[in-house]
Design a binder for this molecule. Structure first.
Ligand SMILES: Cc1ncc(COP(=O)(O)O)c(C=O)c1O
Length: 450
């Protein structure tokens, strides 16, 4: 019988991150200054990011060494196990082999500390005292609170209002790691005040919370900004997961035919998938599926063009799949997937047909998540449940067609702080939201034309 869990020793943990910018099939369009329409330079980003992260953002080097201090901290929870989902396979009666890379074993419970620790390290190394950030479901905020506490930095978190009230334990977790978390939009920033004046009852969105955190960093000399997804350096740090999977697959004597992950800003998915994207570009027959909610379908229904990363138009323009920076997604429970845009790197690969987008409604993903919990035991985060639903559908296709494919799921986090959403699902109280075509059209009309 094959092993249920495949572990790597600490000595086998990858010592370099993989930078896909060295291997892209088409050029990545640069971020633009919204005032001039010209590509931005490092000096434009220096007020909000440390220089080492700016260098990583534009680096064309294929391999970037992971500093020893980051490796030392990664070893608190890394390498993470790759599990064979034997019990789920049995329940589905599928001939497919299903594996999941379990990032839920990190102290905050998700993949997010892979970059939170790295970003805290580079900020500390450049003398930064305080970091401001946004968070959706609270996974990123708690991961950054964990990272900043290890490096003795102050941390301020603007948490999307609807999640702040849906998930009160996430903010207690941030507090326990020494961070200060407030609901966004707040009256503490100019952009928050402006949004509240116009939309006093807004549930908030990642786009709004980003505006507040960027403004906080830009208006405090001792403060920089940290983003939990979307940008190239964040994705770079996440590639440790895909690099570990490659080693673990070798031990299992197997190789994926299908990789499936959930996509909010795109960082966990890119981290799992990008080391395999290189193989696909080199000719390997591989299906790479990114799953998003129908309530916020940036890849499936958005437009591939330049747009702001935030609501208040404070960020540079990024070439990405977008629903429009003013689009406010419905109040679904997968708070980490309520983002109007999608990482430029993931967007480029969707545009090139390398990555296949897919979307589901929230009742369907909770049903899949409960089947996973009943069979494999772990309660997935609602975001992660999108990946599980995608994998279950593929495994059922394998059953129909009698195909023994190997499916790998990016299991981005557990749902222990999302139990209220499971309660609502089991009580039949969750609504599915059709993507509001009119609202998307309206929001896309506000996207700048270049
Ligand atoms: C568990 C989990 N998975 C996925 C995501 C989506 O983010 P990304 O697309 O950057 O991985 C989040 C974001 O909060 C998350 O908490």
């Amino acid at each position: 019988m094959s092993e249920k869990k495949i572990y790597l020793s600490e000595a086998e943990m990858p010592q370099e991150w993989y930078n896909i910018q060295a291997d892209l099939p088409a050029p990545l369009q640069p971020p633009l200054n919204p005032g001039t329409g010209q590509p931005i330079g490092p000096e434009d980003l220096a007020p909000i990011f440390p220089m080492e992260l700016i260098k990583q953002e534009v680096s064309q080097e294929r391999w970037i060494p992971i500093p020893d201090e980051i490796q030392r901290i990664y070893k608190i929870w890394r390498p993470t196990p790759l599990h064979r989902a034997t019990e789920l396979e049995k329940a589905l009666k599928t001939p497919a082999r299903i594996y999941y890379k379990n990032e839920s074993v990190s102290p905050p419970g998700s993949h997010k500390p892979n970059t939170a620790v790295a970003q805290a390290y580079y900020n500390k190394a450049e003398g930064v005292r305080r970091i401001a950030t946004e968070t959706g479901a609270g996974q990123w905020g708690s991961a950054l609170a964990f990272g900043t506490s290890l490096f003795g930095l102050e941390c301020k978190v603007y948490m999307v209002k609807t999640s702040f009230y849906q998930k009160p334990y996430r903010k207690i977790l941030m507090r326990a790691w020494g961070a200060h978390c407030i609901p966004s939009p707040s009256s503490e920033t100019k952009s928050g005040q402006k949004i509240l004046e116009e939309f006093p009852d807004t549930p908030g969105s990642l786009g709004m919370a980003i505006s507040e955190a960027v403004e906080d960093a830009a208006t405090h000399d001792d403060t920089k900004y940290a983003l939990g997804s979307v940008l190239n350096h964040v994705i770079l740090h996440q590639t440790i997961t895909g690099l570990e999977i490659k080693k673990q697959m070798k031990i299992a004597g197997d190789s994926p035919d299908i990789i499936v992950g959930c996509v909010g800003g795109g960082s966990n998915f890119a981290g799992f998938a990008f080391p395999y994207v290189k193989d696909k570009l080199d000719g390997k027959d591989l299906q790479i599926i990114g799953v998003e909610p129908w309530a916020c379908p940036s890849m499936s229904k958005g437009s591939f063009r330049y747009d702001f990363g935030d609501t208040a138009q404070l960020t540079p323009l990024l070439k990405m799949y977008t629903l429009g920076h003013s689009f406010v997604p419905a109040d679904i429970h997968a708070g980490g997937l309520r983002y109007h845009g999608c990482s430029p790197l993931v967007s480029l690969l969707v545009d090139q047909g390398v990555i296949e987008p897919r979307a589901y409604h929230q009742n369907a993903i909770f049903k899949a998540a409960l089947l996973f919990a009943e069979t494999e035991g772990i309660i997935p985060a609602p975001e992660t449940a999108h990946a599980i639903k995608g994998a279950i559908d593929e495994a059922l296709k394998c059953k129909e067609n009698n195909q023994e494919k190997c499916i790998v799921i990016g299991f981005s986090g557990h749902g222990h702080f999302d139990l209220a959403s499971y309660d609502a699902y089991m009580d039949g109280k969750l609504k599915d939201y059709e993507h509001p075509a009119e609202k998307i059209k309206e929001a896309l009309e506000k996207v700048p034309t270049l």
